[in-house]
Design a protein around this ligand. Sequence first.
Ligand SMILES: NC(=O)c1ccc[n+]([C@@H]2O[C@H](COP(=O)([O-])OP(=O)(O)OC[C@H]3O[C@@H](n4cnc5c(N)ncnc54)[C@H](O)[C@@H]3O)[C@@H](O)[C@H]2O)c1
Length: 262
Amino acid sequence: MKKVAIVTGGAMGYKDGGPSIGGAISTKLAQNGYSVLVVDMLDAGKWTVEKIKEHNGKGIFIKGDVTDSDFVQSVVAKAKKEYGGLTCLVNCVARYSSGMAKNVQEITEDEWSKTLETNLGGYFKCAKYSIPLILETGNGSIVNISSYASFASLPNFSVYSVAKAAIDGLTRSLSVDFAPEIRTNSVCPGFVRIENSQNDRTKKELAQWYSDISKQYPMKRVCEVEEIANVVNFLVSDEASYINGQSIVVDGGKSVADFHQF
Ligand SMILES: NC(=O)c1ccc[n+]([C@@H]2O[C@H](COP(=O)([O-])OP(=O)(O)OC[C@H]3O[C@@H](n4cnc5c(N)ncnc54)[C@H](O)[C@@H]3O)[C@@H](O)[C@H]2O)c1
């Protein structure tokens, strides 16, 4: 059976190719027999394909911006030309900027629009233009990477939370409109250890940061990128053949925890 996936936001960590959620998803799907079109606006997408090829997998990197409709359509055309179809879309991009990390009173209208254009509009456009080829190819699935922030607001992360809640709405809409041919689900991670989130912290500061965050989690550690990739790999597989329209929270139990002491 044909297995071809587009993974957006599929670049490895931009500093030195360290862990990223999209990179881990791309390599996991490739290990599972998918030909993967790794899409990202950063050159670090080529490191993901290098990693895929190290394990004898199939993949190509396509650099571009998922808010550009022409670019998205060219990626879908490439899936057909290179691999003969498309069975899977994983939407994983996110725009982060210091300007978007603000509450509603402080955020500018421009930051609000730009963030929604990528974090929601990019998901919509990739779904819109992938669906015809997924329907033509058969056995389709879409996974949208949402967040724990869809359900619980992070302080001063207004537009990010709004985009993630909308992604879960988009997931439900797709799951109703395109089943049974396409199953659509989302994955909502809690805090995941990625290269790009490390900013300019020293190794010592970084260790302290992870240690402080880990205290808020029943698992007493943050999530590793492979633990998100494993869930995506399951959701797109036949093992998940009756799972449709769901938002799967992968937060080590944080969202159900109350650490109040009596
Ligand atoms: N890291 C976490 O703790 C965490 C938690 C919950 C959800 N998530 C979600 O996981 C996904 C992956 O993000 P991440 O946190 O690993 O950060 P990341 O920065 O490593 O990944 C996002 C990728 O999207 C790419 N991108 C951004 N805008 C783009 C555009 N317009 N076109 C093409 N590529 C674009 C970036 O270049 C980057 O490689 C995101 O959807 C994010 O919201 C992350």
